[in-house]
Design a protein around this ligand. Structure first.
Ligand SMILES: Cc1cc2nc3c(=O)[nH]c(=O)nc-3n(C[C@H](O)[C@H](O)[C@H](O)COP(=O)(O)OP(=O)(O)OC[C@H]3O[C@@H](n4cnc5c(N)ncnc54)[C@H](O)[C@@H]3O)c2cc1C
Length: 355
C-alpha cells in the first residue's frame, strides 16, 4: 500500500486529501493518507471571510483571476487553466456546500458559515484518513509521497529543512501605521474602503496597498482617492453661500473634513488648487499593523517546483498553498489558490504513485 503524508491540515492540505480520496475511488486504489498538524484540523478556515468563508471569486477568465496575485500571477495562470473557480464551486457542491455570488463577485457558502464548510470537508475524510497531532520539524521518512501544506503563519522551517529556498516573508493584506498623528483621533471613521484605526489606516483599499507594497521600505507615501474634482466643483457651484467645509462634508465624514480644511471661506471663493488638494489624501506609512495581517508575501520559491507543485529538488515531495511564494488580494483569491494547488497536486501524486 502506498503511503502519503500531508503535513498541515489547513484548507490546502485537507482539500488535497479530499481530492486524493476522490481519485483513489475513481481508479479503485487504496493509498494510506496521514495528515500531520500541530493544531486542530481546519482551525485556520474558521476566521475566514469574517467567519462566513469567502471561498472564491466569480472570475472565469483565468488570466484576469491570476492578476489578483501580486506574487504568483504568471505561475497561477496555468494552474487556474487546469483547475479554476467553476471546478472549485462544483467540487464544493459535491461536498454539500452550495454557494452564492455576492454583488461584489465574492463567492460564499449559502450557509454563510466557515464552520459549515469545515464540517463538510471533515465529513469527506472522516474514517478515511489518519490524523496525527504533531509538529513536523524534520523531513519525513517511510512515505511514498509527502505534501507540505503548512501555510506561513510559522516560519516555514520545514520546507527549508527539506532544502528549499525561502523568499523573504513579509506581512501582506494588513493595516498600516501612519506618521500623521492628527488622523489618529478619527479611529473608527471610514471613507472609500478605508477605515482609520488607533495607529493608522485599515480596510480593503489599504489591504491591497499593503500587499502591493509588501517589499517596499518604510516610510513611504500612500495616496488615497478622496473626492472627485469635477463632482466637488459642481457641488460648490450649487451651494455658493455654504461654507467650503460644509460642502466637502457632503462627500467625506465631517470629522475628516474638519482636519483637512482649516479655512472658514465660502464655497464661491474656493480656488482650483484647494479643490485639487482634496482629490487624494496623502499619508506616510511607517510600518505594517501586524495584528491585522491576513496572508504573507514570500515563502517557498516557485522556481523550485514544477507546474504540478512537485519539488524539483527533493524526490517525492510536493508543496502547496500559502507556504509557497504566492499571495492574493482579499476577495476569496487566497482560498481559491489553496483549492487549485491541492487539486492539481492530488492528481499528480496519484499519477506518479500509480503510473
Ligand atoms: C483572519 C483571516 C481571514 C481570512 N479570510 C479569507 C477569506 O475569506 N478568503 C480567502 O480566500 N482567504 C482568506 N484568508 C487567507 C486564508 O485563510 C489562507 O490563505 C489559507 O488558510 C491558507 O491555507 P493553507 O492550508 O495553505 O495554510 P494554513 O491555513 O496556514 O494551514 C496550515 C496548517 O498547517 C499546520 N502546520 C504548520 N506548520 C506545521 C508543522 N511544521 N507541522 C504540522 N503542522 C503544521 C498549521 O497548524 C495549520 O493547521 C484569511 C486569513 C485570515 C488570517
Amino acid at each position: 500500500m502506498k503511503k502519503i503524508a500531508i503535513i498541515g491540515g489547513g484548507p490546502s492540505g485537507i482539500f488535497c486529501a479530499i481530492k486524493i480520496l476522490e481519485f483513489a475511488e475513481k481508479f479503485d486504489i487504496k493509498p494510506e493518507i496521514t495528515v500531520f498538524d500541530n493544531k486542530n484540523i481546519l482551525h485556520t478556515i474558521l476566521p475566514t471571510g469574517n467567519s462566513r468563508c469567502n471561498l472564491s471569486y466569480s472570475e472565469y477568465d483565468n488570466m484576469e483571476l491570476a492578476k489578483n496575485f501580486p506574487r504568483g500571477e504568471k505561475f497561477l495562470y496555468s494552474v487556474f487553466s487546469r483547475y479554476g473557480v467553476s471546478d472549485a464551486v462544483n467540487d464544493f457542491e459535491k461536498l454539500g456546500v452550495e454557494t452564492y455570488i455576492q454583488d461584489d463577485l465574492r463567492i460564499f457558502p449559502k450557509a454563510d458559515s466557515s464552520a459549515f464548510v469545515k464540517q463538510k470537508m471533515l465529513e469527506a475524510i472522516y474514517n478515511k484518513v489518519k490524523f496525527e497531532r504533531i509538529e513536523i520539524t524534520e523531513p519525513l521518512k517511510a512515505f511514498d509521497a509527502v505534501i507540505i501544506a503548512t501555510g506561513l503563519k510559522n516560519y516555514p522551517k520545514l520546507a527549508e529543512n527539506y532544502g528549499h529556498k525561502i523568499n523573504e516573508i513579509k506581512p501582506a493584506l494588513c493595516g498600516l501605521k501612519i506618521m500623521e498623528k492628527e488622523f489618529i483621533t478619527l479611529k473608527g471613521v471610514s471613507f472609500n474602503s478605508v477605515i482609520f484605526t488607533e495607529i493608522g489606516v485599515s480596510g480593503p483599499f489599504i489591504f491591497k496597498l499593503s500587499s502591493i507594497n509588501a517589499y517596499k521600505s518604510f516610510p513611504y507615501q500612500i495616496k488615497i482617492p478622496l473626492i472627485n474634482r469635477n463632482e466637488l466643483k459642481a457641488k460648490l457651484k450649487e451651494n455658493p453661500k455654504k461654507q467650503f467645509k460644509t460642502v466637502v462634508s457632503m462627500f467625506i465624514p465631517a470629522s475628516l473634513a474638519n482636519i483637512l480644511i482649516k479655512t472658514e471661506k465660502q464655497a464661491a471663493n474656493v480656488s482650483n488648487k484647494e479643490i485639487e488638494e482634496l482629490e487624494f489624501l496623502t499619508l506616510t506609512a511607517t510600518s505594517t499593523d501586524n495584528k491585522g495581517e491576513i496572508v504573507h508575501a514570500g515563502g517557498v520559491s516557485l522556481d523550485e517546483i514544477d507546474n504540478n507543485f512537485k519539488s524539483k529538488i527533493v524526490k517525492n515531495l510536493w508543496i502547496i498553498g500559502e507556504v509557497l511564494n504566492i499571495d492574493g488580494f482579499t476577495g476569496g483569491f487566497n482560498l481559491q489558490n489553496c483549492w487549485s494547488d491541492a487539486a492539481i497536486c492530488a492528481k499528480d501524486v496519484i499519477k506518479k504513485l500509480y503510473p
